[in-house]
Design a protein around this ligand. Structure first.
Ligand code: SF4
Length: 307
């Protein structure tokens, strides 16, 4: 075992040393990417190569594992990723997504914290585009918290009908208006602990308002965010609060709001819940899930949504 292997790839060195001690022969069957760098042929059973310093390289150069059912899926990792490597990979992914989506932003239209709060509540179970079609009339008829507090329920429901779940949403907006008037002098509070006490407002909505209306960094763990960070291997958690905590420990706090927008942009345009366009993904070289979707670049490009 060369000194270079021991110094650069301690995991490989340990494996080779154990085999040498057991068999008395030099064994080249451990053909990881790191060993391959030093002369052995690269392993072909794995989707990812993983270099000792924690950089994912070239998944597209290695084949997927094909199951008996004919579906293609990522092979298990060859090496456990160190904590430091995970942090570096996550931050690098964020930087590369920033280059991919320089215009990433909140896609809801708003001009005040109250408008953003209302629009975010309305965005549940519908698209931002649908909300943006509804809010111009809503915002002109209900300009402040007092207006929502005194709203005629049927009138409000009629306006909200196109967004779905309009009765519950009307109820939430009236409740929010009343709570803001009674407890916060008609203003939207700037603290997460206060925001989540408002009717229909959870951590996700509160973090959207904090990040985009008040400039307070927050992670918006919606369905896209959760799906992407699990596919990227940043967390295995399903619970949004645990996801928020784990991702918050990987990414610099000042990046939280923009990371949320970038991941949501990516989830809406490329990394779809069904049939992600892996072959057109700009962070595929950093993603251990490469291959769960279409990998052919030409075909994948046709799947990408551009608006
Ligand atoms: S599109 Fe594919 S390669 Fe890109 S992040 Fe999603 S699963 Fe990973």
């Amino acid at each position: 075992m060369s000194f270079e292997v021991e110094r650069t790839f301690p995991a490989c060195a340990r494996l080779h040393r154990r085999r040498f001690e057991r068999t008395g022969t030099r064994d080249s069957s451990h053909k990881s990417a790191s060993c391959a760098q030093l002369g052995s042929p690269p392993v072909l059973g794995g989707l990812q190569e993983f270099r000792g310093r924690g950089v994912w390289v070239g998944p597209s150069r290695l084949p997927n594992v094909t199951t008996s059912g004919g579906t293609s899926s990522p092979a298990p990792l060859l090496h456990a990723e160190s904590r430091l490597a995970l942090v570096r990979r996550a931050r690098r992914t964020n930087r590369e997504l920033a280059q991919t989506y320089p215009d990433a932003r909140c896609e809801l239209d708003f001009t005040t914290p109250l408008e953003l709060l209302v629009a975010t509540v309305l965005s549940a179970q519908t698209t931002d585009k649908r909300v943006n079609m509804t809010t111009p009339e809503l915002f002109s008829r209900y300009p402040d918290a007092a207006a929502y507090a005194a709203a005629d329920r049927e009138d409000l429901e009629d306006i909200l009908r196109p967004t779905g779940f309009f009765r519950a949403k009307a109820q939430a907006l009236i409740g929010i208006g009343q709570a803001l008037v009674e407890r916060y002098d008609g203003q939207v509070p700037r603290r997460l602990d206060d925001l989540v006490t408002l009717p229909g407002v959870g951590r996700k909505t509160a973090n959207v308002v904090l990040g985009d209306a008040f400039g307070v960094p927050g992670l918006t763990v919606d369905t896209h965010f959760g799906r992407l960070v699990r596919r990227l291997g940043w967390t295995t958690e399903e619970d949004p609060v645990k996801v928020e905590t784990e991702v918050g420990e990987l990414i610099e706090k000042r990046e939280w709001t923009m990371l949320s927008h970038r991941l949501i942009f990516h989830g809406r345009r490329v990394c779809f819940a069904r049939k992600p366009a892996c072959g057109a993904c700009t962070v595929s070289h950093l993603c251990p899930s490469f291959g769960i979707g279409e990998t052919d670049p030409a075909v994948a490009a046709t799947l990408v949504k551009t608006d």
